[in-house]
Design a protein around this ligand. Structure first.
Ligand SMILES: Nc1ncnc2c1ncn2[C@@H]1O[C@H](COP(=O)(O)OP(=O)(O)OP(=O)(O)O)[C@@H](O)[C@H]1O
Ligand SMILES: [Mg+2]
Length: 375
């Protein structure tokens, strides 16, 4: 338990939950949202593709990117919690609508079949739009705190590099080259992002002609300054003092190896890592459990006793190896990075009560229950 995360939620304007795939980023972001609201903050949690039950617990089934109030059943008084889910298509449309220099450019872009088919599938789009939405929410000043979940990613550092990559992929030079392309043969001369993009275009369009794509790039060219400007603004927000990165890790060897890589990437990008949440940790089974409760439960039956002892030893071995791995990883971190451990719950964290329990574990909050809150 820790109140270091509580004070972190109180001191920052944006919290970014990063981590390798499946470690609990979305769940942690939602639980931190409840915690922040309990601490009195007007909080927005922007999740990315939450599990269906978690989405339902947050009332996300009907939600869009705009964010809606979560009925926290009295769990978060006195603050408020809104939750939203990243919707790539809607985010792109809003981006185009906001940044198109004229209504004609806007309408041409929105109606362009190439845009409709592939705009959401460019590499880095999810990450770019998550950062863009963070900027948009920050600018709206509607919230004290914005907690942002990040996309599942094999190499989580891709999140920070995505705006830059998308910017390069859609750069005016690439667009100009595509617009000026006169036919076969030239592809051999192209390398890197442009080559990938052209192949993607050809696959998406099911044709080797790219007239619709040229319409897209013509319109995009007119607003490239904004795309580039937003990427710069996103980077500034992500590396600023008001933002805290929280790294969620699982106590397994591959996830911790990914976390080491991500930590190095955060440092390289000057992103402020403020805390690590070791999630789904198996607690050490105490000797008392073995000697009294467990053996008593066996009622003297030798085979049951042997089985219980084996189970206990396996649990102990797992807890020991996790402890060793986590300690080694913790040692590699700068001393000012907060460290919080969250145990593996008995079941997946999908209901609001589970999130509230995790919120309590993350931030040492006084226990509240929906029934205690008079519901
Ligand atoms: N402490 C915990 N105890 C038990 N189950 C947990 C815990 N934390 C997360 N989970 C469960 O683990 C699963 C993965 O969690 P989650 O979706 O939050 O991970 P993620 O990092 O967002 O995954 P992805 O990278 O795919 O987006 C979910 O079923 C969630 O309920
Ligand atoms: Mg997730």
């Amino acid at each position: 338990m820790s109140d270091v995360l509580a004070s972190l939620l109180l001191r920052h304007r944006a919290v970014v939950c990063v981590g390798t795939g499946g470690v609990g980023k979305t769940t942690t972001a939602a639980a931190l949202g409840l915690a922040a609201a309990s601490l009195g903050r007007r909080t927005m949690v922007l999740t990315i593709d939450p599990a269906r039950q978690l989405a339902r617990a947050l009332g996300l089934e009907t939600l869009t990117r705009a964010g809606e109030p979560v009925d926290t059943k009295g769990l978060t008084a006195p603050g408020m919690l809104h939750a939203g889910m990243l919707d790539l298509k809607a985010s792109w449309d809003a981006f185009i609508t906001r940044h198109a220099p004229t209504t004609a450019v806007r309408d041409a872009m929105l109606a362009n079949p190439f845009y409709q088919k592939v705009s959401t599938s460019f590499a880095g789009t999810t990450e770019f739009m998550a950062i863009e939405e963070l900027c948009r929410l920050d600018e709206s000043r509607a919230y004290d705190l914005i907690i942002i979940d990040t996309p599942p990613s094999g190499r989580a550092i891709d999140f920070l590099r995505a705006p830059e990559r998308l910017e390069k992929l859609l750069a005016p030079e690439v667009a100009r080259w595509i617009l000026g392309r006169t036919g076969g043969g030239a592809l051999q001369a192209v390398t890197g992002g442009a080559r990938f993009l052209i192949k993607q275009l050809e696959r998406a369009m099911g044709t080797r002609t790219m007239s619709e794509a040229s319409g897209f790039f013509t319109a995009l060219d007119a607003m490239f300054g904004d795309l580039s400007g937003r990427a710069t603004r996103g980077r500034a927000l992500l590396t600023g003092k008001e933002t805290a990165f929280l790294l969620v890790v699982a106590p397994t060897a591959p996830e911790l190896a990914g976390a080491v890589e991500l930590t190095a990437g955060l440092k390289e990008m000057a992103a402020p890592l403020r805390g690590v949440i070791a999630n789904r940790v198996h607690p050490l089974p105490g000797p008392r459990t073995l000697e009294t409760d467990v053996l008593a439960a066996a009622e003297g039956d030798a085979s049951v006793t042997a089985w219980l002892q084996q189970t206990w030893s396996a649990a102990r071995a797992l807890a020991d190896v996790e402890r060793e791995r986590l300690d080694a990883f913790a040692k590699s971190l700068p001393p000012d990075v907060a460290w919080v451990e969250v145990p593996e719950l008995e079941h997946d964290a999908h209901a609001l009560e589970d999130l509230a329990r995790l919120a309590g574990l993350l931030c040492s909050l006084p226990a509240r229950s929906a029934s205690a809150a008079g519901r």
